[in-house]
Design a protein around this ligand. Sequence first.
Ligand code: ADP
Length: 484
Amino acid sequence: PLQGLQDPALLKTAAYVNGAWVEMPATFGVHDPATGQELARVANLGPAQAAQAIAAADAAWPAWRERTAKDRAAVLMRWHALMLAHADDLARLMTAEQGKPLAEARGEVAYAASFVEWFAEEARRVYGETIPTHDKTKRLLVLKQPIGVCAAITPWNFPLAMITRKVAPALAAGCPVVIKPAEATPLSALALAELAARAGLPAGIFNVLTADAQNSIAVGRVLCESPVVRHLSFTGSTEVGRILMGQCAPTIKKLSLELGGNAPFIVFDDADLDAAVEGAIASKYRNAGQTCVCTNRFYAQEGVYDAFVEKLAAKVAALQLGNGFEPGVQVASMIDDDAVAKVQAHVADAVAKGGRLLAGGKLRSGRLYEPTVIADASADMRCAREETFGPVAPVFRFATEAEAVALANDTEFGLASYFYSRDVGRIFRVAEALEYGMVGVNTGLISTAEAPFGGVKQSGLGREGSRHGIEDYLEAKYLCLAGV
Ligand code: ADP
């Protein structure tokens, strides 16, 4: 699948530290999840290289933060343009190592690039404050300064966007970054590094530490424990987020965490059902259900329950399942055998507890799991509590608005939520009552660079994107100026 790259120099297998490509005697395999075929072997870095990257970032920091915001923004804009110019190659690399349909991968390249553009623009809007004084002999000011060396650990489900959403605001703010991409998808991260180098990011400002699953733990520990690293941004499971938070405690590191979700999707009796079905499909089956904002639980009100599940099942049965490189494919390979096993376990559990399969329900071949709809879902099923992270839609029944809100909120997670209604009073009541960081009302697609992405409860800390997304990378310094 990598033969067709227009610019073969984007296929990198060495890590990128201090502006240099770092080969290692030890390597790890990167596989096409759809076929199991090994695509490349990539340098397997360890704690020593992590320490070198941190030192390089720290050394490069003063010159970068001294540049004007406009100057840093110009570098980011070049990076953005290069990403778009090489969108086809970036998409191919992504589909090859991650499996998602090529059209979705292209969409992710644009989405990933949009964060670089947005934060390039935001770089020039990092305003401080002047505060009306409490004492006529003093003047009170607030400066916003870059926090320092930042570290980021990213997941495989969005191999580019989860990097740019963290790296772009850090660079815009004047901070250098060391990232450790997911072991399943290092090729996308390294292609991004190659483009960053071409864009003119100075050595040491953007470092990519590739490592296998085992070394990732050791590299992660170095990033967390380093007193030089002032901020850690992580997207991944709540379980790993908790470990990293603990490891960051001794150095009181500032943290941005984007963790698991258990998104509810509520369809009220007054919803536009066709629109709800369309939104349901968009929010559920993208990336084969492997996103943290994918709906995990559908709740349909009694009056529309039967009609909703019937329409949903009909559309889902028509979704095209296949290899991500085949034209027209809408749902492609899952990432690995563990992901497939979890989906199989959740479906078997639901069926054993009275769930009715209306579409899908089987592994078709390889890691292609059929888009699935399960009616008559109940609260005792695993899929009611755990994130399935696959193409399975369990649909629960409810009677009242209060019941729907209570069911939706009955989870330790609080990332994305969705509901469909045409009653303006209900829209405000429900939107305000949902304990989630994000609420989609009459839409299943909510992410964009302009809006704050993040969760409450055990779904995380901080917000990415929007004007808030750069704040995590800045410290406020209060100046009290006397003798005036
Ligand atoms: P997922 O379930 O999406 O794979 P994980 O939370 O397991 O999510 O992994 C997300 C990222 O965290 C990956 O880059 C992975 O290598 C990294 N990771 C996993 N465990 C640890 C750990 N103990 N320390 C540091 N990084 C880790």
